[in-house]
Design a binder for this molecule. Structure first.
Ligand SMILES: O=C(O)C(=O)C[C@]1(C(=O)O)C=C[C@@H](O)C=C1
Length: 365
């Protein structure tokens, strides 16, 4: 994906961290107004107001959203808070209606991100506009599907993009409503420099308790904002009653979070520069050692070729894996890290040796 714009460049006057708050569903004009009033009273004005207008529900029979009528009530938000409005779109018709009603930002929900046809139709419906689009992760932990959805919007010319990490459905781990996977948002940020990821603790936790903890974790990892479902009377909410917080609680949560900033926004201190130089030096040593190890691996490869031995030697490999993992754990390295590191090294060793065999074969033929 070529250039995409950061949230501060969407033209909406937003600066990080982006706080998106508002009800799970827009229910009545009175509800929208009361939430705005309480946000004002508590002096907690989010960067953007969220409201579900069309609600994709797991099973039929629940409240499925008020529809287009709810978009008219967003004028109440503009009147009281004067902040941009964001709503979820689940199909092309929703996207067209959102554009017609001057919604400022749309988001695509997890249940839609899983379906490339639906994503493409929404992208086609939004093409030609300049609307920012936020893409929630798919229900299942499939990074490509998440990236693919963002790419579909980018491909039709929409460059004001962001991702939302709302956690992943997990049949076994019931600690969360949707289990977080912190590697995936970081991966997105690594491959697409500047891609901002908002965290949605409400859908991760699924209940009011724990929203602060997950929000803090997201900030520690360097995510760029939070989407927190907020309702003036959460127990009476028509959807997701358990996970919504009052504006007063939202204020408490936001005041308790220690917001972290990316270092890029300021000059690193001398101390940090020194420490980074030490890391550079150690990494150089690591590379030298790896180079040496692979030189020995190549010699073993030559020996195997000569004696018609297969490259993969499971007994030896088991010995290496178990022995080194145990040593690593004693040096305070996690077992998971040790296994992943050794797995990568072994894969590379085997591939190099197999290549040696293949090349020798080609020369013979
Ligand atoms: O001991 C060998 O036979 C090697 O080639 C080395 C090595 C390793 O990377 O440590 C690589 C491949 C084998 O499966 C086992 C171990």
């Amino acid at each position: 994906m070529k250039e995409h714009k950061q949230i501060k460049d969407w033209g909406l006057g937003l600066t990080g961290p982006t706080i998106i708050a508002g009800p799970c569903s827009a229910e009545t004009p009175e509800q929208i107004e009361q939430i705005c009033i309480e946000m004002k009273e508590n002096n907690v004005i989010p960067s953007m107001f969220r409201a579900g207008i069309w609600k994709p529900r797991t099973r039929p029979g629940s409240f499925e959203g008020i529809g287009e009528e709810g978009l008219k009530w967003m004028e109440i938000v503009r009147h009281h808070l004067n902040i941009p409005i964001t709503v979820e779109v689940g199909n092309a018709a929703h996207a067209e209606i959102a554009l017609r009603n001057n919604v400022d930002v749309v988001w695509v929900g997890a249940r839609t991100t899983v379906n490339p046809f639906a994503v493409q139709e929404i992208a086609d419906a939004l093409a030609g506009s300049d609307i920012p689009v936020m893409v929630k992760n798919p229900m299942n932990p499939d990074l490509d599907l998440w990236m693919g959805a963002l790419e579909r919007f980018h491909a039709v010319g929409l460059t004001k993009l962001a991702a939302i990490h709302r956690g992943f459905s997990d049949a076994y781990d019931k600690r969360y409503r949707n289990k977080p996977n912190w590697s995936m948002p970081m991966h997105l940020k690594r491959v697409w420099t500047g891609m901002e990821v908002i965290n949605d603790p409400s859908h991760i936790v699924g209940k009011r308790d724990g929203i602060l903890e997950i929000s803090q974790k997201a900030m520690n990892f360097g995510l760029d904002g939070l989407m927190i479902e907020t309702h003036h009377d959460p127990d009476k909410a028509w959807s997701d009653a358990k996970q919504q917080v009052t504006p007063a609680r939202l204020k408490e949560i936001l005041s308790a979070i220690d917001f972290k900033k990316p270092l890029e926004s300021e000059q690193p201190s001398e101390k940090l520069n020194d420490l980074r130089r030490a890391v550079d030096h150690l990494d150089d040593q690591l590379l030298d050692i790896l180079q040496e190890r692979f030189a020995v691996i190549d010699q073993i490869g030559a020996h195997k070729r000569e004696h018609h031995l297969s490259v993969f030697q499971s007994n030896r490999w088991k010995e290496v894996m178990e022995g080194r993992t145990e040593k690593g754990v004693k040096k305070n390295l996690s077992e998971k890290f040790m296994r992943e590191l050794l797995y990568c090294i072994h894969e590379e060793s085997v591939k190099r040796q197999e290549k040696q065999l293949r090349e020798a074969d080609t020369v013979k033929k």
